[in-house]
Ligand binder design. Structure first.
Ligand code: HEM
Length: 131
């Protein structure tokens, strides 16, 4: 797929789309990812995706990827999981994470889609409080 078209598709998506290599290094960061996480693309490109999550996941994320590469067993790939992301200002928020994998010109890439669950969780909390 042509690079210009790939970026256009990523930036049209409502959910944040992040592409990393098999060392966890951020290769692509969509427009909605900049809004959700509060970073400009140049602040994250070339850095580890662990900068977008709180501890203890941040400290273990390289190992998560290594475990997958050696075992072939995905704990999130093909399943998805509700996790917490962390914005540039340090604030954490709930999100649903889906991860897919692809190979492009002998590069092993992972594509993460982050769906912000903040307003959904807020609504749930209000409902619970109203009971
Ligand atoms: C695995 C957390 C973002 C790629 C995991 C695991 C956790 C996790 C808990 C599985 C650990 C296990 O049970 O073994 C997070 C958190 C994120 C985040 C909190 C918040 C920003 C991302 C993004 C990508 C990604 C954006 C891709 C662009 C992967 C890969 C694996 C993984 C490739 C290994 C395969 C698998 O276990 O399915 N991550 N992750 N992660 N994550 Fe992340």
């Amino acid at each position: 797929i042509e690079q210009g078209l790939a970026s256009a598709l990523m930036d049209a998506a409502v959910d944040a789309i992040i592409v990393i290599d098999d060392k966890g290094i951020i290769q692509q960061f969509s427009e909605s990812a900049t809004v959700l996480f509060g970073y400009a693309p140049e602040e994250v490109l070339g850095n580890n995706v662990s900068m977008l999550m709180p501890e203890p996941d941040a400290r273990h994320h390289d190992q998560y990827i290594e475990n997958y590469k050696s075992s072939g067993v995905g704990k999130i790939i093909g399943i998805g999981r509700d996790v917490r992301g962390q914005r540039k200002n340090g604030q954490t928020f709930p999100m649903h994470l889906s991860v897919g994998e692809t190979r492009l010109a002998d590069q092993h890439l992972f594509v993460g889609i982050c769906h912000d669950l903040s307003s959904y969780k807020n609504a749930l909390d209000k409902l619970a409080a109203a009971e």
